[in-house]
Design a binder for this molecule. Structure first.
Ligand SMILES: [Zn+2]
Length: 195
C-alpha cells in the first residue's frame, strides 16, 4: 500500500499526546522502544516530520520517577485521574496547536483509552488550524456504534487509526476490513445502542 501522506503533511511536525494510564507500555517494551516504534509506525505511513511525544500519567503510576521517559526523550506529565488527565491533554494540545504552531500544517496524534472523549476538542482544533488527525486506542477499548463514531471517523486521516498495541510495537494502522469487523462485532454483542 502506498503511503497516504504525499501531501503537505508528510514533512509537517507531529505532536503525539499519549495517555499512559489508559494506554500503558506493553509487556516487553520500555519508554525508549515505544518512542522509536511510534516514530517508525508513523514513518511507514509517510509521516517524516519531527515527532514530539508527550506522555500523561496518573500521579501514582510511576513511583520511581520519570527517569526512563526522560532518557528516552519524553517529558512525562503527571495529571491525576481520568477527567483531569483528559483536561490537561486537551489544554496542552490546544496550546501546542494554537500558540506553537500557528498556521503551519500539523499532524496531531491522540493516544487515549477512548478517543471519543476528544471528539469535541478535535472538531474545534480542526476548524481552527490545518491539522491532520491520527488516533490510537487499545484493541479492547469500548467501541461506539457506527452512528456515534461517524463524526470522529470524518475527522481522522486516511489509514490514520491504530490499535495502541500495534502502534506501540511499530505496527500497521487499522485496515478497512478490521474496522468493519469491529463495528460489526459491536452490533452483535450489544443491541442497546450507545446513542
Ligand atoms: Zn451510538
Amino acid at each position: 500500500m502506498s503511503p497516504p501522506t504525499s501531501s503537505k503533511y508528510s514533512e509537517a511536525k507531529i505532536g503525539v499526546f499519549w495517555d499512559v494510564k489508559e494506554c500503558p507500555i506493553p509487556t516487553g517494551l520500555d519508554p525508549s522502544s515505544v518512542y522509536q516504534n511510534i516514530k517508525s509506525a508513523l514513518a511507514k505511513k509517510g509521516y517524516h516530520g519531527e515527532v514530539t511525544i508527550t506522555p500523561y500519567c496518573d500521579r501514582n503510576q510511576f513511583p520511581d520517577g520519570p527517569d526512563d521517559f526522560e532518557s528516552a526523550g519524553m517529558k512525562l506529565v503527571p495529571a491525576g485521574d481520568g477527567t483531569e488527565r483528559y483536561r490537561t491533554m486537551s489544554h496542552e494540545i490546544c496550546f501546542w496547536l494554537c500558540l506553537d504552531r500557528g498556521d503551519e500544517y500539523t499532524n496531531l496524534m491522540v493516544i487515549s483509552g477512548d478517543n471519543m472523549d476528544f471528539l469535541d476538542a478535535l472538531e474545534l482544533f480542526k476548524r481552527k488550524s490545518p491539522v491532520n488527525v491520527l488516533l490510537a486506542q487499545p484493541e479492547k477499548a469500548w467501541r461506539w456504534c457506527p452512528k456515534c463514531r461517524k463524526p470522529l471517523e470524518d475527522l481522522v486521516a486516511e489509514s490514520g487509526e491504530w490499535f495502541w498495541e500495534s502502534l506501540a510495537a511499530g505496527g500497521d494502522s487499522i485496515t478497512e476490513t478490521q474496522r468493519e469487523e469491529l463495528l460489526g462485532n459491536k452490533k452483535e454483542e450489544d443491541d442497546t445502542d450507545c446513542c
